[in-house]
Every structure is written in C-alpha cells, then in structure tokens.
Design a protein around this ligand. Structure first.
Ligand SMILES: [Zn+2]
Length: 446
C-alpha cells in the first residue's frame, strides 16, 4: 500500500493534549500513522499526497454506542397516546421493530447508517445489534456492510431474556461465533463485544453466561445500564441496593465493560463504576427523546469514570450530541464551573480510550502509532486556533462544516460526495423499499 500524506490544512490531533499544526500534515503507512506535525516537517517521499487546501484535518470520530438496526425506523408512525414509561417505548417501538428484521433488512439498515455516519466524519461505530428472529449470522451481515462502506465497526449482539430461553441462547451464540470468527481471521477494521440488552431483561443466570462468554472470548461486555428506572426497580426487587450493585455482584461491571447511559446512578454507584474501570457512554439526545432523565456526567468525570460520547442510533452526526452534552449539564445544574469543553473530554479522550480496548492500532487521535482514520472538513477558522481553544473551534465550527474526504486506515472511503464502493442512489432506493415493507409489517403487528 503506497504511503499517504494529507497536508496543507489546520490539523487537530485530539486527545488529552490537542496539538494544533497550521498548516499541518499526517503521514500514514500501511494504515498506521508514522508522522504528524508541521507541514514542512512531514516527509512526502514515495507517498500519495492529498492537499487539504487550507481546510481542517481531524481524526475520524468514534460513535461509542449506536444501534444500526434502527436506522430505517426513522420517521415510523407510532400512533396512540405518548408512552407513559420507558418500557412502553421499548415494547411499542423497538421490541416490535427488531422482531421484523431478517438478514436483508439488517443489511439495508446497516448500509444506510454507515454511509450517513461516514458522511458526517464518523469512522468508527460501536454497535449494539438486535434481531431476535435473525440472530444467527447477523453480525456477519453488519461486518459485510462495514467492508463495503469502509467503516470501522465493533459489533455486539444484544442478548436478552425478554423473548425466552431459546432466543437468549441464540444471541449468546452469535456473540461467541463472531468472536471466534475474528480470532480465526483477524480483520483490523472489525472488533467484537459481548452484548447484553439491559439489567432488567437479563436474569442473573444469563448475566453469568455473558460474563463467562466475555472471559472465554476476551471481549468486553456492552450493555445498557440504568437508562430508565426499570433496571433499578428490578435490582431492588431482587434485594440489591441498585443496578450497579447487582451488576457488580454478578461480575458484569469489570474493567473495559461498556455501560450505555447510566442515568439513574447515585454517588455510591458512580464510585463502583470508577473502581471497576467501566466505560460509560453518554447519549443525551436519546435520553431526552425517551424522557428518562439526565446522566450525572460531571460527577462521573469527577469520580474518574471514563465517559464516552455515543448517538444511541438517533443521529449519525455526533455534532448534536456533543453540543447538547455541553449545554445540558451546565444549564440543568446552573454551574459555570462545568467545563465548556466537556464534550471533548468525552469525544476526544473517552472515545479514544474505549477504541484502544477494541482496536489495535486504535483510532481516535492523529498520533504516530494510531491508525490513519482522518477527515478533511471544509472549515476555515475565522479566528486564531491553538491548543487552548481547539475545543471551541471543533464544537462551534468544525462539527457543522461540510465533510470533504474521509480516510479509514489510510484508505479514502469517501470523497467530494461519493463513496469508493457504494452507489448512493441505488442504496437510497433499496433502503426506501425496505423501509416501506418494514413499516407495513410494523403496522400489521400493532
Ligand atoms: Zn442503546
């Protein structure tokens, strides 16, 4: 593979120390970054050179928690009165929608979600998949779609007891099978996790099986935790102080585990999450849409928990999530000491840390040794850019500017409105056909 140099743009490295090179350049060899710095210091010998033309060069973004399977549910009709509980939203919408999915519709959902993500500069998806009537082989369908679009994917199947013991075992087996496949044929753009739905739909026995599978495969557990009040109510009914204590007692809360949401957690739970080195993913727009409450992100960060930024499948772009995460905690707590750059702590630092546990080499920063996932964004800073104000430029400018070119492991997968291997018009037509059919069957099940 010919080395690639992307140069002549304002380059942000992200990470705990976000260096700025203006103009800067990055050199990528065999998918791995070998040099980053001022343009004149980065060697272009023997390389394909991409001139960013003065635009921004930033790392590809990581969506730390998403659900590709729900992409074609966007705009679906949900008649009747608004749901009274979070569980009712799951029952009326998501548990009804995921039952309809077969491998064909999983594929169109995935391709739609992946191409949207890439167009928004998101190059890594940490996905949590559910298709109870087509579990076997479903993660391979996602992996194939990832290969077609060029995106980086960490896949997990959402195990649950809600559909009975047989479906539960099928979900566990799909996670096992996919992990073994990756062991047998390593793919640098793919990773596996062991998915679980949420504490309240997982018995102690099933959670123990998830833990055993995580041990067997060496993969992290990825599940929802305290998104609504249901997890806590179920844990207390079993005599536990809280969901965190139930999950900790059963060995689920462990180093590297990924807990989505953590909305209904108190100081004691937060201490447990910090002590066990669990990643928490934050999806404030989803929490708002489901009216479940607000995760105590400032307190989680203060306690030393690594908090990551995800989308929960709501919106392919991370821009709205980042802005909302920045605003909502300051607004709700009327606390001006909550850092303005809180979203960067999540998206730049938390997400890169999480990605380091899933991929080797890992995405998330433009640094030597990291993988070459980079994006050129047509943002022209109207004011000086430096290390101490890079967050403001990213949050208020870069995130809202057009994405011009996207590189994953040094390969251009999207450029100037076109994908390397996806016909967007054909894709849109097939997705629309698939959605119409899914929606028709969804309505029939009402
Ligand atoms: Zn979720």
């Amino acid at each position: 593979m010919t080395p690639l140099v992307i140069r002549n743009g304002t380059l942000l490295t992200f990470g705990e120390r976000c260096d700025v090179f203006r103009p800067g350049a990055v050199r990528i060899e065999n998918g791995v970054i070998t040099a980053v710095g001022k343009m004149e210091d980065v060697d272009t010998r023997n390389a394909d050179v991409v001139d960013a033309g003065g635009a921004m060069i930033v790392p590809g973004l990581i969506d730390a928690h998403t659900h590709l399977y729900g992409t074609l549910a966007r705009g679906i009709d949900l008649p009747g009165a608004p749901a009274e509980t979070f569980r009712e939203i799951l029952e009326r919408l998501w548990w009804r929608f995921d039952e309809l999915l077969d491998h064909d519709s999983i594929r169109w959902n995935a391709l739609a979600g992946m191409t949207e993500a890439l167009r928004c500069g998101v190059t890594t998806l940490v996905d949590h998949h559910s298709s109870p009537n087509a579990a076997a082989g479903s993660l391979d369908v996602l992996a194939l779609a990832a290969a077609e679009t060029g995106i980086r994917l960490a896949a997990a199947y959402e195990v649950s007891d809600r559909d009975g013991p047989e479906k539960c075992s099928e979900g566990l087996e799909e996670n096992r099978r996919f992990a073994r496949r990756l062991d047998g044929e390593p793919a640098p753009l793919l990773a596996g996790a062991i998915g679980g739905h949420a504490s309240f739909t997982l018995s102690a026995k099933t959670l123990s099986r998830l833990v055993a599978l995580a041990d067997e495969t060496g993969r992290p557990i990825h599940l929802h935790m305290d998104e609504g009040t249901e997890d806590g109510e179920a844990a207390r009914a079993e005599g536990f102080r809280s969901t965190a204590h139930r999950l900790a007692d059963l060995g689920v809360l462990r180093k590297g585990a990924i807990a989505g949401h953590a909305v209904h957690v108190d100081g004691d739970d937060i201490a447990l999450l910090a002590e066990r080195e669990v990643f928490v993913t934050h999806q404030v727009l989803s929490n708002g849409a489901n009216a479940v409450g607000r995760s105590p992100v400032p307190a989680l960060l203060d306690a030393g928990v690594t908090v990551c930024l995800g989308s929960d499948g709501m919106c392919a772009s991370l821009a709205p999530e980042a802005l909302a995460a920045g605003a909502v905690h300051r607004m709700a707590e009327e606390d001006r000491s909550i850092p303005f750059d809180l979203p960067c702590t999540l998206a730049w630092i938390g997400n890169a840390r999480l990605a380091s546990t899933l991929f080797d080499p890992a995405p998330g920063e433009l640094r030597p040794g990291r993988t070459g996932d980079a994006v050129i964004v047509d943002y022209r800073p109207p004011t000086p850019v430096h290390r101490h104000n890079a967050a403001a430029h990213w949050l208020l400018g870069v995130l809202h500017a057009p994405v011009e070119q996207v590189f994953v492991a040094g390969r251009r997968v999207y450029g100037h409105g076109r994908f390397a291997e996806v016909d967007q018009e054909e894709l849109a037509r097939r997705c629309d056909e698939c959605a119409v059919e899914l929606w028709r069957r969804f309505e029939e099940k009402a």
